[in-house]
Design a protein. Structure first.
Length: 131
């Protein structure tokens, strides 16, 4: 599968809770979305992944089952623009590989950055886990 795209790097290192935070965010954006770990060992809905998928700091989120099927068979194409995000987290930052930093994904990335920052702040101040 050819991904291509643009790297957008969020300016904070990966935390173990970030996968679940990102899945919760995209579950709101893409209610019919699909999660797949980078090894292809697990794929399922966001809700299923939150409960059953093993932890991972590299994964894909797709807008729908159809988007996943299109990406698997065709790779990046005009038909599936802005329907997948590749997430890679490490100690230096969280990289989001997207088709274009402009258009529909631009607003979503801003919202995701704010969501992650807000949830990290809640955990830091409250000492508990953010929803």
């Amino acid at each position: 599968m050819t991904i291509g795209g643009h790297d957008v790097i969020l300016p904070f290192g990966w935390e173990p809770e970030d996968r679940d935070r990102i899945l919760r965010f995209f579950r709101h954006v893409w209610p019919q979305g699909l999660y797949e770990d980078a090894l292809g060992a697990y794929a399922g809905s966001f809700s299923e992944a939150l409960r059953f998928a093993p932890p991972s700091n590299e994964f894909f989120v797709y807008a729908s089952q159809e988007a996943w099927t299109e990406w698997e068979s065709e790779g990046a194409s005009a038909a599936n623009l802005d329907t997948m995000v590749h997430v890679i987290g490490d100690t230096t930052g969280i990289t989001l590989v997207i088709d274009s930093p402009h258009g529909p994904m631009e607003g979503r990335l801003t919202e995701l950055l704010e969501f992650l920052a807000r949830n990290r702040l809640i955990v830091t101040r409250g000492g508990g886990r953010a929803a």
